[in-house]
Design a protein around this ligand. Structure first.
Ligand code: C5P
Length: 221
């Protein structure tokens, strides 16, 4: 039973995009809405889990008093909260679309359009999922997401190994209705040892149920 598996478990979830500040009015971001991560958080809270949701800037809200919400903006802020929370978590589900790069410097004044071109130097952000993968202890489970456009299964398998995750939820940009900004998603879940589950296109609330059912049935101590 799902409730037996999740009741009382401490679960970390990341959701939404990160915004990487350029100056006081501009940032680098992406189109993630946070719907997938929020849907997972709602399902798990309703099953009695102790849910900690670390969210980038999104337009959706949770009314669920059982979800502990940590609002962040940048990848570095998300990393700090996640590493603190993960230490005594049972499961972490990393659904956020973390920006891969951030501007090297933050301009305290608005950048003026004086020259014809502008060069921004970007630095690579830390990989939060991979960082948690390096500190993961026996009995903790780590689930990542992957949004791929080509060679999807192999890329997702490579991510699973490289980031020391226990499962990767793959959404392909080639599937109509899947990925960012849609209310629906079409996923494939890849577990270690080449176990692969494919699911049809569904509402993100039902996709959330499939993900948490797959975790509870396959990732056991
Ligand atoms: O490598 P890629 O960005 O495709 O990996 C996606 C997975 O890694 C997602 O679970 C995402 O939340 C996580 N990730 C992260 N920190 C990053 C980049 C991705 O946690 N800097």
């Amino acid at each position: 039973m799902l409730i037996d598996y999740y009741s009382g478990k401490k679960i970390l979830i990341t959701a939404g995009p990160t915004y990487e500040k350029i100056d006081p009015v501009r940032f680098i971001g992406n189109y993630s809405t946070g719907k997938m991560g929020y849907a997972i958080a709602e399902e798990l809270a309703n099953l009695g889990a102790d849910v900690h949701l670390v969210s980038g800037p999104v337009h959706i809200q949770t009314q669920n008093p059982k979800i502990k919400l940590y609002k962040v903006e940048s990848a570095l802020e998300m990393l700090e909260i996640c590493t603190n929370l993960f230490a005594d978590c049972d499961v972490a589900i990393m659904a956020a679309a973390v920006a891969d790069y951030r501007p090297e410097s933050f301009e305290t004044n608005k950048i003026k359009k004086s020259s014809d071109d502008l060069v921004l130097k970007l630095l690579k952000n830390p990989d939060i999922l991979a960082t948690l993968g390096t500190i993961k202890k026996q009995g903790q489970f780590l689930i990542g997401f992957a949004l791929e456009t080509n060679n999807e299964i192999n890329n997702a398998k490579e991510k699973l190994l490289r980031k020391n995750a226990d499962a990767i939820v793959l959404n392909s940009l080639n599937d109509p209705g899947a990925g960012f900004s849609h209310q629906t998603n079409k996923i494939t879940i890849i577990l270690q040892k080449d176990v692969i589950f494919e699911y049809p296109l569904k509402d993100k609330k039902l996709v959330a149920k499939d993900i948490i059912t797959c975790i509870s049935e396959n990732l056991k101590n």
